[in-house]
Design a protein around this ligand. Structure first.
Ligand SMILES: Cc1cc2nc3c(=O)[nH]c(=O)nc-3n(C[C@H](O)[C@H](O)[C@H](O)COP(=O)(O)OP(=O)(O)OC[C@H]3O[C@@H](n4cnc5c(N)ncnc54)[C@H](O)[C@@H]3O)c2cc1C
Length: 394
C-alpha cells in the first residue's frame, strides 16, 4: 500500500471534488465509480438539474480550478430572493443588504461535473470505472473489492457514492432515514416577465414552489422550477402526457405566484426525486462519508450539495492539518472530521426539517405565527443579514 493512499468511491460532484482536492494536496488518490461524460448541450438547451451554489462552495470550486472551466454564459448570479408565506408573510432578501453582490449562483449539475472531470483528467487522477462491491479491514486501512474483482488497498476509503451508499452499508455506519413522503419535481420554464436575477419561493402549506433564475433563451426569460409536493400528487402530475402537464402547471403557477412572472410554459420534461431526511455518524474505521452518502436534507433551502462540498472542504482541511505520523485513515483524524461536520450538518437538517414542518401544519395559530414571523424578520436588518450569510454558507 502506498503511503497516504486514499480511494474515493463515487464520481458525482462530491466524489470528483474530493478526489481532485486530495490530488492537488499531493495525496495518492484513486477514483472508483462510473465515468459518464455529461453531454455538451447546444445553446438554449440546459441540463435538467441545476443547483444554487453558495459563496463557500464557489470558493472551493475556484480553489480546485473547476469554476473557471465552466461556461460563464450558462451560470446565473442570484442577486435577490423573495419568499412568500401562505398568508401575508413575505421576505425580501437582497445581496446588498449584507454588502454582497450575489447570494448564490445557479449552475447546471452537468456543467459542474464536466468541469470537475476535466480538472481530474489534467491532474492525472487514476479513475477505475467499476463499482464498489465489498470492504475488509487491512493493516493501517481498508481493502476494497470492486465489481470487476479488482482488490485495492488504502489508508482511507471516502464514501461519496450517494444516498444509497454501499460504502456506508458495508462499513456499518449508523444511518437514520426518514422519507418526507414528498417529491421534488424539477423542470425549466419559459416565463413572460424577466426574473432580474431574483430567486422566488412560495410556501403554500403542503408544497413549496421555487423558481430559480436561468439564462435568457431565444424564447425569452427562463427559470428553473423546484416544486416539492406530496408524492401522490407529484406522481399523478408526472404520469400525465406533456400537454396536460403544460396546462396544469401553467394554471397552478399563475395561481400560486399571482402571475409574478406572467404566463409560464414548460421547456423541459419534468422529473421527480423522492425527498428524505438522512443522517449518519459519517465515519467508521478507515472510512469517511461525504455528500449524500453522509446526509440528505429537504431541498427547500437548496443546500444539499453545498453541505456535501462543505464535507469535502472539512476533510481536506483535517487531512492537511494532521500530524506527520498519522495516516489519512487514523481514528483520531477521522474523529476530527466527524466533529468538524457535526454542527453544520445538524444545523442544516434542523433548519430545513423545521421549515418543512412549520409550513406543513394548517393549525390556524401556527399559520398566523409563521406569516407574522416572516414579516418581523423582513423588518429587522440584522436578521436579514444572518439569513443572507447562512445562504452563502458563512
Ligand atoms: C429536487 C432537488 C433539488 C436540489 N437542489 C439543490 C440546490 O439547489 N443546491 C444544492 O446544494 N443541493 C441541491 N440538491 C441536493 C443535491 O442534488 C445533492 O446533495 C447532490 O446531488 C449530491 O451529490 P453527491 O455527489 O453526494 O451524490 P450523487 O450525485 O448521488 O453521486 C453519487 C455517485 O456515486 C456513484 N455510485 C453509486 N454507487 C456506487 C458504487 N457502488 N460504486 C461506485 N460508485 C457508485 C454514482 O454513480 C454517482 O456518480 C437538490 C436535491 C433535490 C432532490
Amino acid at each position: 500500500m502506498k503511503k497516504d493512499s486514499i480511494i474515493v468511491c463515487g464520481t458525482g460532484i462530491a466524489g470528483l471534488a474530493c478526489g481532485l482536492g486530495l490530488a492537488r494536496a499531493g495525496m495518492s488518490v484513486s477514483l472508483l465509480g462510473p465515468h459518464s461524460a455529461p453531454p455538451v448541450l447546444e445553446a438554449d438547451t440546459y441540463h435538467p438539474r441545476v443547483y444554487a451554489i453558495s459563496a463557500t462552495s464557489r470558493s472551493l470550486l475556484d480553489e480546485l480550478g473547476a469554476w473557471r472551466l465552466m461556461d460563464m454564459r450558462r451560470i446565473t448570479a442570484v442577486e435577490a430572493m423573495e419568499i412568500y408565506g401562505d398568508g401575508q408573510g413575505a421576505l425580501d432578501l437582497q445581496a446588498w443588504h449584507d454588502t454582497q453582490d450575489t447570494l448564490a449562483w445557479i449552475v447546471e449539475s452537468g456543467e459542474i461535473e464536466r468541469a470537475l472531470q476535466q480538472a481530474v483528467r489534467v491532474f492525472g487522477v487514476p479513475w477505475f470505472e467499476e463499482a464498489f462491491a465489498s470492504l475488509d479491514s487491512a493493516a493501517h486501512g481498508v481493502r476494497v473489492t470492486t465489481s470487476g474483482g479488482r482488490v485495492m488497498q488504502a489508508n482511507l476509503l471516502v464514501g461519496a457514492d450517494g444516498a444509497r451508499s454501499q460504502v456506508r452499508e458495508a462499513s456499518g455506519i449508523h444511518h437514520d432515514y426518514t422519507p418526507y413522503g414528498d417529491m421534488g419535481v424539477v423542470a425549466h420554464l419559459d416565463v413572460e416577465i424577466p426574473h432580474q436575477g431574483k430567486a422566488l419561493q412560495w410556501f403554500t402549506g403542503d408544497s413549496v414552489l421555487a423558481l430559480l433564475p436561468m439564462p435568457d433563451t431565444a424564447d425569452g426569460p427562463q427559470v428553473s422550477m423546484v416544486w416539492s409536493l406530496p408524492e401522490g400528487r407529484a406522481r399523478e402530475f408526472l404520469a400525465q402526457e406533456s400537454g396536460a402537464q403544460q396546462t396544469f402547471l401553467a394554471a397552478h403557477i399563475l395561481a400560486t405566484t399571482g402571475a409574478r412572472l406572467g404566463r409560464v410554459r414548460l421547456r423541459s420534461t419534468p422529473a421527480g426525486f423522492p425527498l428524505t431526511l438522512q443522517r449518519t455518524n459519517m465515519v467508521a474505521p478507515g472510512v469517511a462519508l461525504v455528500g449524500d452518502a453522509a446526509h440528505r436534507v429537504h431541498p427547500l433551502a437548496g443546500q444539499g450539495l453545498n453541505l456535501g462540498l462543505g464535507d469535502v472542504r472539512a476533510l481536506l482541511d483535517v487531512l492537511a492539518a494532521r500530524e506527520p505520523f498519522r495516516h489519512p485513515g487514523d481514528a483520531r483524524v477521522l474523529a476530527r472530521y466527524r466533529r468538524a461536520r457535526a454542527e453544520p450538518v445538524l444545523a442544516m437538517s434542523l433548519v430545513t426539517d423545521g421549515l418543512h414542518r412549520l409550513f406543513a401544519t394548517q393549525c390556524a395559530p401556527v399559520v398566523w405565527a409563521r406569516n407574522e414571523g416572516m414579516r418581523v424578520v423582513d423588518r429587522v436588518p440584522f436578521l436579514k443579514r444572518r439569513l443572507i450569510r447562512a445562504a452563502a454558507g458563512q
